[in-house]
Design a protein around this ligand. Sequence first.
Ligand SMILES: [Cu+2]
Length: 205
Amino acid sequence: MIPNHLLVSSLFLSAFCRPIYAADLTIEVLDSTGAPVENSVVYAEPDAKIRQVKSTAIIEQRGKQFNPLVSVVQTGTDITFPNFDSVRHHVYSFSPAKTFELKLYSGVPANPVKFDKAGTIVLGCNIHDYMVAFIKVVDTPYFTKTNKAGKAIFRDLPAGNYTVKAWHYAQAKENETFAKTFAFEEAENATINMGLKPFMLPASK
Ligand SMILES: [Cu+2]
């Protein structure tokens, strides 16, 4: 039997901690010609304090390619780099946000790599020069990527004030983001024009 006063206070707390409501926010990312941009990272930074959640991610090597090509993770995420190829890979980054290397290995490395600083990380392989992938590390748990139609959908985004940012790996300036500020209260559609020049975008596979 739970004492009555405890029950009341825990109910009160849970009602208070939960956002009043949440809804979907859809962002459409366009290039300078108005065409949709696929594989753009879109993230929403709330004015409210962010809760740090322990999270993990995986970037595979398969068919001598990194998969996915573009990853977005919250600051503090541990990423594992399993190698499913029969050849060995040597994964590295010289990016200031995370400099590391996983020396020639096959299978799954014993330890994940922690990405504890926001920024852009370009991955390469010492053996296969053409292997490349991008990691965007962001200071928010609210992030996603655009689909083929250039749309990024945040499901159940808590109501609040946000700065929504879009980033794409084929931009001229590596760390440039395009931002829009929202007071988000109900389901909303918005467009961010990245102004990307079409020639900078690789042909989609
Ligand atoms: Cu390799």
